[in-house]
Design a protein around this ligand. Structure first.
Ligand code: NAP
Length: 340
């Protein structure tokens, strides 16, 4: 007799080839398959929300990074939140919400390795685990407070400031009593930063002269730069960074679609002469830091001091076209795919 679960059909995107430039449908293959049975010690998870992240592009590169490069035929790697549909595993029960590298697919039969059971948070929807907590919240909190170490009254600049990580980072810097300036790629995003999130200033780097505007908005120089983009923005900040300034190297999205482009900086020498600390980090390295960070983020959110917004795209089949929103700047907040 064929069990009900054996008749479930899985759909998934598998990785096809390394490429540069914008991500194309051709970089993946859409696969439909019958689901494997759930054996002893395994769970069946149905994905609810898939997180689309700039780092997906990094994983698609030819070289191993902090994770191995993807191989042809492998299900596209991706963080997701799912629900346990069936469990033959003592640590999970049907109905549990779980998070992990569940992949760009509808269903997953898992041994439970790497699966985290998500707590129900009063007053917060499940998606908050991606919008404000999870890897996004941990990155903003750890990067700014542990590496940037901003002091009250200091000037903090955040790039990609209207995005998922950047918007939390700027608000945390405000909570810590700093003057906060954000850069973003549209007037609407700049308005969101100053009028809704309380930033002291915002620069539309696509149409305003960045160096000049930074000088106007940061008259006492820049103490902390939370860098999400690298490239010319990083260089403009390096010119205006103060002695003993800190640069939190969180991401360099301007380079992700062109990994072989030469790095050009006219102001790198300021790292030396101004005794600047510049440190990169990957949030996955700091699980021990997460519980305290999440508690802060929840408290600030419930007190009305920390907002997040989500950009939810319907349907796994749209994941490949949707991910390019991160590189054109079309996303308005944390980019997610509603899988089911
Ligand atoms: N270190 C870690 O552990 C860690 C963890 C998570 C994320 N990150 C990094 O944090 C950064 C932000 O990630 P996110 O998930 O929060 O994404 P996001 O900011 O929500 O979306 C990416 C944004 O980057 C901006 N952007 C794209 N191409 C750009 C370019 N060439 N120059 C300048 N800005 C550009 C766009 O905003 P505009 O409209 O403003 O251009 C886009 O909306 C990324 O660099 C990511 O790799 C690091």
């Amino acid at each position: 007799m064929v069990s009900e679960q054996n008749q479930l059909k899985n759909v998934k995107w598998t990785f096809r080839n390394h490429s540069v430039g914008m991500i194309a449908e051709n970089d993946f293959q859409w696969v439909e398959e019958k689901l494997a049975p759930v054996r002893a010690g395994e769970v069946l998870v149905r994905n609810l929300y898939l997180s689309l992240d700039p780092t997906n592009r990094v994983w698609m590169g030819e070289k191993d990074t902090y994770m191995p490069a993807l191989k042809e035929g492998e299900v596209m790697r991706g963080l997701a939140i799912g629900v346990v549909e069936k469990s033959n595993h003592p640590a999970f029960k049907a109905g549990d919400a779980v998070q992990g590298l569940l992949g760009w697919q509808k269903y997953l039969v898992s041994t439970g390795e790497g699966l985290i059971t998500l707590p129900q948070l009063p007053g917060l929807p499940l998606e908050a685990h991606f919008g404000m907590l999870g890897h996004i919240g941990l990155t903003a909190h750890y990067g700014l407070l542990h590496i940037g170490k901003p002091k009250p009254g200091e000037t903090v600049v955040v790039s990609a400031a209207a995005g998922a990580v950047g918007s939390l980072t700027g608000q945390i810097a405000k909570i810590k009593g700093c003057r906060v300036i954000g850069t973003a790629g549209s007037d609407e995003k700049c308005r969101y930063l100053t009028q809704e999130l309380g930033f002291d200033g915002a620069i539309n780097y696509k149409k305003e002269p960045l160096a000049e505007r930074l000088r106007e908005l940061c008259p006492r120089g820049i103490d902390v730069y939370f860098d999400n983009v690298g490239g010319t923005t990083l260089d403009a900040v390096l010119d205006q960074i103060n002695d003993f300034g800190r640069i939190v190297a969180c991401g360099m999205i301007s380079a992700y679609n062109a990994p072989d482009a030469p790095f050009t900086s006219r102001h790198m020498v300021n790292i030396v002469v101004r005794r600047v600390l510049m440190q990169g980090f990957v949030c996955l390295d700091h699980p021990e830091y997460a519980p305290g960070a999440y508690q802060d983020l929840i408290n600030w959110h419930l007190a009305g001091k920390l907002k997040y917004r989500l950009d939810v795209v319907e349907g796994l089949e749209n994941a490949v076209t949707a991910i390019n929103k991160l590189f054109t700047g079309a996303n308005q907040g944390k980019l997610l795919v509603k899988v089911s």
